[in-house]
Design a protein around this ligand. Structure first.
Ligand code: APR
Ligand code: PHB
Length: 390
């Protein structure tokens, strides 16, 4: 098999890249280790920045998002029961966010690629990149029981944090930065109408809680927990009790319903520099991870591949490699900006275990500054809706 761009991974990064390349007439093949059903049913985050939503609409894959997603003009930050609205209309020049599940974005992109005759090979096992430093890289893998090889000019590593592409950059040629947080999120999907029109990020002495939404009938909620904790310790009743206490605000009621799914995930920040090596380009979680408090993971993946698709179009269609050479540098500026925002939101809103009294007082001072300062709320608003790509 032969193609121009071999893409590893059918998450938001790999699929948006495949879609954008196809629109530019660039041939590509996506290799994904999981089944289609598995990829389409993984519950992940659900906030699209204005720029991400615009990209999906402008490239013809935003129809269902526009029909079924919800445009939000603000979010709430709550400190000890007091809610403060971050008003995007007033503070972020009218830019908005769209609440629409990541797996719905993934479903729409897979359907669009297959309808356009694109190739996505699901259940591709033991995918391995070769010769990425030179002009003729390849990907070997096993599919339907037979050994296969995909020859390509460029490999796009869109295979997430646990993928294989990052390791194709020799250790001496890359540097990794990161930290793990001493807490995780217990996330639930519940069959109950959301108790709020807009997201609520709540700090309380008991820990962080987040009320998000999926549809008029489905709510998405999260609790800060110990990352080593297990869902078996969290029967539904305990989850609702804890959510009620942490989200409590005068005159407001949390509606409860059947829990459809629950999972605990740890939280980390991570960046790999550079994001490229020869003809291998990393995008999305393969290159960086942010804690979910800023709702940025999917948006950062989409921003990376937007830059990469433009650079690849210049390379393949105009013979201009300059954009490709600058890919990593261009992406990393945004990546570190988003790392700062995600880390700021995380430290503002979580109870830091074993925190010293000095840090707790500083955290309280930051929270009060959000309440009192329009400048601070504007900073949160413009980062939350997403800074422009250029
Ligand atoms: N071979 C083939 N596919 C692989 C391999 C491999 N060795 N390793 C991982 N994959 C696939 C995964 O099964 C997954 O479908 O790569 C895909 C990576 O997708 P994501 O993890 O969704 O990462 P990305 O596309 O970068 O999107 C980032 O997704 O994980 C969330 O919070 C994250 O919102 C962020 C967004
Ligand atoms: C979600 O809806 O799943 C969600 C929303 C906001 C976040 C993280 C997750 O910060």
């Amino acid at each position: 098999m032969e193609t121009q761009v071999g893409i590893v991974g059918a998450g938001p990064a790999g699929l948006v890249l495949s879609h954008l390349l196809a629109l530019q007439g660039i041939d590509n093949v996506v290799l994904e280790q999981k089944t289609r059903d598995r990829v389409e049913s993984r519950v992940r985050a659900g906030v699209l920045e204005q720029g991400s939503a615009d990209l999906l609409i402008d490239t013809g894959v935003g129809g269902r998002m526009v029909a079924e997603g919800a445009v939000h003009e603000g979010v709430n930050l709550q400190f000890d029961g007091e809610r403060h609205r971050i008003d995007f209309t007033a503070l972020a020049d009218g830019r908005t966010i769209t609440v629409y599940g990541q797996q719905e974005v993934v479903k729409d992109l897979i359907a669009a690629r297959l309808a356009a005759g694109g190739t996505i090979l699901f259940e591709a096992e033991d995918v391995a990149p070769h010769d990425v430093i030179g002009p003729a890289p390849s990907l070997t893998f096993r599919h339907c029981g037979s050994e296969r090889e995909l020859a390509c000019s460029v490999v796009a590593g869109c295979d997430g944090f646990h993928g294989v592409c990052r390791d194709a950059i020799p250790r001496r040629a890359r540097r990794e930065f990161g930290r793990e947080y001493p807490f995780g999120w217990l996330g639930i999907l519940a069959a109950v109408a959301p108790s709020t029109d807009e997201l609520i990020y709540a700090f309380s002495e008991r820990g962080f809680a987040l009320h998000s939404l999926r549809s008029p009938e489905i709510s998405r909620l999260y609790l800060q927990v110990d990352p080593a904790d297990h869902v078996s310790n969290w029967p539904d009743e305990r989850i609702w009790d804890e959510l009620r206490l942490r989200l409590a605000s005068p005159g407001w009621t949390l509606h409860e319903g059947p829990v459809l799914e629950k999972a605990i995930t740890g939280m980390r920040s991570f960046v790999c520099e550079p994001m490229q090596y020869g003809n291998l380009f990393l995008a999305g979680d393969a290159a960086h991870i942010v804690p979910p408090t800023g709702a940025k993971g999917m948006n950062l993946a989409i921003a990376d591949v937007t830059v990469l698709a433009r650079a690849l179009a210049a390379h393949f269609n105009d013979g201009d490699r300059a954009g490709l050479e600058r890919y990593s540098e261009r992406c990393l500026g945004r990546v570190w900006r988003v790392q700062d925002f995600s880390n700021t939101m995380t430290e503002l809103l979580h109870v830091l275990p074993g925190d010293d009294p000095f840090s707790s007082r500083v955290q309280r001072a930051k929270q009060r500054y959000v309440e009192s300062s329009v400048a601070m709320r504007r900073t949160i608003a413009e980062n939350y809706v997403g800074l422009p790509l250029d």
